[in-house]
Write a protein of this length. Structure first.
Length: 251
């Protein structure tokens, strides 16, 4: 029995293939016996063709992914100003690029560390991508101290110093403490004492709170999470895959 024939089965054809075909199929008009017969036909077809279960599951996943992507696009549009034009996030890459990549990251996140060279490779190979870093410490006290130090560095010493600290914190092998942060800042030749003194300021706290609130509004709960123009990319992606998405957006 073919799938096309199965989908056109009516009460009469389910009971007798010799009966004349019915143009409309109304399950509500089936008797108990007819429903049983029809159910047996369906069951027999599925047992003979179990691959249709996987086909249906794949179709469901595809539809769910499309619905999630559409919802993400709406969220991004709704919060575009906070994502792309805030006055506190570090901006790298090409500030005049035609594509903007926003990264929500945590310094203690292993996948964020893996993503760093991939993002750098993408920026280098493309040359027309604007990068925005959103400090999003979610992995404990060490993460929070690292982000406070990084944000304070930007406020006290500027963007170039922040970039140095950002990269150094991603390579830090030990937990962030006042001792390790002081050693890191001194090693980079920064005004370490001024930065440490500013770490617990209301200004730093407000920036981190804004980032956390934005992440919640965008349903972001893990790192790394990227917003690539109008698309949400949740989790680690290699440079090649991100480059394909960039090409698709431009296309």
């Amino acid at each position: 029995m073919t799938r096309a024939l199965l989908t056109r089965l009516t009460l009469a054809t389910a009971l007798s293939l010799a009966a004349a075909p019915v143009l409309a199929f109304d399950p509500a008009e089936m008797t108990a016996a007819e429903r049983t017969a029809f159910g047996e036909q369906v069951r027999a077809y599925i047992l003979e063709n179990p691959e249709i279960i996987m086909e249906a599951y794949a179709l469901l996943e595809q539809r769910n992914a499309q619905a999630e992507a559409a919802a993400d696009t709406q969220l991004i549009a709704r919060h575009a100003a906070e994502l792309f034009e805030d006055d506190h996030s570090w901006v790298g890459g090409n500030p005049e690029g035609d594509i903007t990549l926003v990264e929500f990251m945590d310094y203690r996140c292993g996948y964020c560390r893996r993503a760093t060279p991939e993002v750098a490779s993408l920026l280098e190979s493309d040359g027309n991508i604007r990068l925005i870093i959103k400090e999003f410490p979610i992995l404990g006290e060490s993460s929070l101290l690292s982000s406070r130090f990084a944000v304070a560095t930007k406020l006290v010493a500027g963007d170039a110093a922040y970039h140095q600290v950002h990269d150094a914190l991603l390579e830090l092998n030990s937990d962030a403490t006042e001792v390790t942060l002081r050693r890191l800042g001194d090693g980079l030749g920064l005004e370490t004492e001024a930065i440490l003194a500013h770490m617990d300021s209301d200004e730093v706290t407000e920036i981190l709170v804004k980032n956390r609130e934005l992440a919640q509004q965008l349903s972001i709960s893990g790192t790394p999470t990227f917003v690539l123009q109008d698309r949400m990319l949740r989790g680690f992606l290699p440079a090649e895959q991100m480059a394909q998405i960039v090409a698709d957006i431009r296309g």
